[in-house]
Ligand binder design. Sequence first.
Ligand code: PLP
Length: 399
Amino acid sequence: MHASAALNRIKPSATLAITTRVQEMQRAGVDVIGLGAGEPDFDTPDFIKEAGIKAIRDGRTKYTNVDGTPELKEAVRLKFRRDNALDYALDQITINAGGKHTLFNAMAATLDPGDEVIVPAPYWVSYPDVVLYAGGTPVFVRAGADQGYKLKPDQLEAAITPRTRWLILNSPSNPTGAAYGEAELKALGAVLERYPHVWIFADDMYEHIVFDDFHFTTIAQVCPSLHDRTLTANGCSKAYAMTGWRIGFAGGARWLIKAMAKLQSQSTSNPCSIAQAAGVVALTADQAFLKDHAALFQRRRDLVVSMLNQATGITCPRPEGAFYVYPEFSALIGKTTPGGKTIATDEDFIAYLLDDARVAAVQGAAFGLSPAMRISYATADDLLRTACERIQTACGALR
Ligand code: PLP
């Protein structure tokens, strides 16, 4: 027996690896601050937990429809209407075991060898690997800090070939927090209108975590001509602090939704019945508390951006959303640590931060754009402040 060729094309998630490493260090008594995790630090709201408990008590513990209960699909339909002015019928909606599963189903259900998927870099770590596992070829387009970490229309046009099947558009972005405004989406949409063979995977997982007066919109909403070839993907994980419950969902073309359900019927079957019942309550409750979460993250963003920009050699853009910053540090490459090691790559810098400053971030190399790092600020304010002070000290000690 040996690992399959498909498995050998992919690598384990770098962000999950960092989280595991931090947990090991903390268990060993090391005072390390983990800024690697991609999940809110607060608990699932009580009223959602209660809905899960009630579902168990009510015996909602059996198989459900393969790609979601009618109740949850109805709640998702309402959500898309309420938040995105998008109209999907129930058979245009799929429920999956988390947003990653939505991505996996969509790619595995549509890609053949040689098919290309445009992935703006820096990207969420799972995009390239899921595409590769499904047999496709990720086509990376560099969207650096100089362009706000956002894909430009001319870059998109240059990347499209006859083999392009999908464009993956993630806004607000993991790992940069950058979010596309309506005009930016329309400009990309104008290019896509000329290439009807290209579909759009719109990953809106961080929709509700946006700051200042940023107004969230999604491409199917602002470019109605693209509605029929856009899969609008979202989920409960980040907005409702429900990462462990595993509820992702999407709206899109009937045949695609059906194809994804076919795959799901022979892989995971339905997402957890209890989590689905809780998802209905999360999506249909008064959504006002989401603004409180966003306000909390905005305060932390301001703290982290300000403190990191005071660290020698680090430049930290100010993101519109999510709970990540993506500072770059080309000025530190070539420097020497107090222990005599040369910082040649962002991996070296991350190792230095972990060993000397006891701060765990994730190297930009994992997200396809170096030298940089992703810092998650979904952590208590005092820990964030201490972590940033440690980074400032570590940067100051480089020669
Ligand atoms: N999309 C983006 C951009 C993400 O960052 C994540 C999680 O990190 C997901 C989708 C998937 O979330 P989950 O599978 O936990 O629901």
